[in-house]
Write a protein that binds this ligand. Structure first.
Ligand SMILES: NC(=O)c1ccc[n+]([C@@H]2O[C@H](COP(=O)([O-])OP(=O)(O)OC[C@H]3O[C@@H](n4cnc5c(N)ncnc54)[C@H](O)[C@@H]3O)[C@@H](O)[C@H]2O)c1
Length: 267
């Protein structure tokens, strides 16, 4: 099969590990050059090297995309490295401020941090790249939300609210940018056993007391039992959807929030 993204250039935020790394590698597999922005430079550099090993260009930048300055610096660096940005994948995300796992309830700082990183980074990065995309009459914005954005949660209400905001913001972007040839869609992963999820379910720290006695592995197995397809997702599952939405195969798809969850939300 031909590469879906030959000649394209992309930015992926929070791509130093987990889902973002999977997305960066899928975009590269499909032919795109990739700018990797992360607060962890060593991780970003290691993923950039993996992209180069696939024969694509890559840059790694240490940046906090939850600040306007960090987002603008990342977009500028990608423009300088590649000459254009066709694709923005807003993936960076957190579940709270440092130490959130130890708090019985989300604190003011936890609420502020999830809104800053999970929502405002999407706003800052999009606003930084939109003038360039408008000028070219071409662009694909993919926001990584969560099925949690369509369901409340007794454990992480602040996180779910931020993901609901991601979905709603994606719809606004699609309405604003459609006339300029720019698509905006959201991907809603179900559950992936990344470092983030291990943090949520860290043994002994889980706030859902009905499951406090279970180990991570037992919690993951229980979660998989709820999934019709019987498995958690992989970063590559999410990367494949991101590559499709960023490609011209999806040129008539915009304003959508697409579950990649093995059917988990319907169960
Ligand atoms: N893991 C899951 O089950 C799951 C499910 C649904 C949605 N998601 C979403 O997928 C995305 C990735 O999650 P993950 O599981 O790979 O998490 P992760 O914690 O493994 O990776 C997140 C990455 O983002 C980076 N990052 C955090 N804050 C940043 C900032 N301010 N600026 C730049 N980089 C920053 C981290 O350094 C890290 O490399 C998140 O938006 C998350 O909400 C995850």
């Amino acid at each position: 099969m031909d590469e879906m993204l030959a000649g394209r250039s992309a930015i992926v935020t929070g791509a130093g590990r987990g889902i973002g790394r999977g997305i960066a590698l899928c975009l590269a597999r499909e032919g795109a050059d990739v700018a990797i922005g992360d607060i962890n430079l060593a991780n970003a550099e290691s993923v950039a090297q993996e992209v180069r090993e696939k024969g694509r260009k890559a840059i790694a930048l240490e940046c906090d995309v939850g600040t306007r300055k960090g987002a603008e610096t990342l977009v500028q660096a990608a423009l300088e490295a590649f000459g254009k940005v066709d694709i923005l994948v807003n993936n960076a995300g957190v579940v709270g401020a440092p130490g959130w796992q130890d708090r019985a309830e989300p604190s003011d700082e936890d609420w502020a941090e999830v809104l800053r990183v999970n929502l405002m980074s999407r706003v800052y990065c999009s606003e930084a790249v939109i003038p360039h995309m408008k000028q070219r009459g071409y662009g694909k914005i993919v926001n990584i939300a969560s099925i949690g954005g369509l369901q409340g949660s007794s454990v992480i209400p602040h996180y779910c609210a931020s993901k609901a905001a991601d979905i709603n913001y994606t719809q606004s972007l699609a309405l604003q940018l459609g006339p300029f040839g720019i698509n905006a869609n959201a991907i809603l992963p179900g559950i992936l056993f990344t470092d983030m999820i291990r943090g949520i379910h860290d043994q002994g720290k889980v706030r859902d007391t009905s499951r406090a006695e279970l180990s991570n592995e037992e919690i993951f197995r229980k979660a998989e039992e709820r999934i019709p397809l019987g498995r958690g997702q992989t970063p590559e599952d999410i990367g494949n959807m991101a590559a499709f939405l960023a490609s011209d195969l999806a040129k008539n798809i915009t304003a959508q929030a697409i579950d990649v969850d093995g059917g988990m939300r319907m169960h």
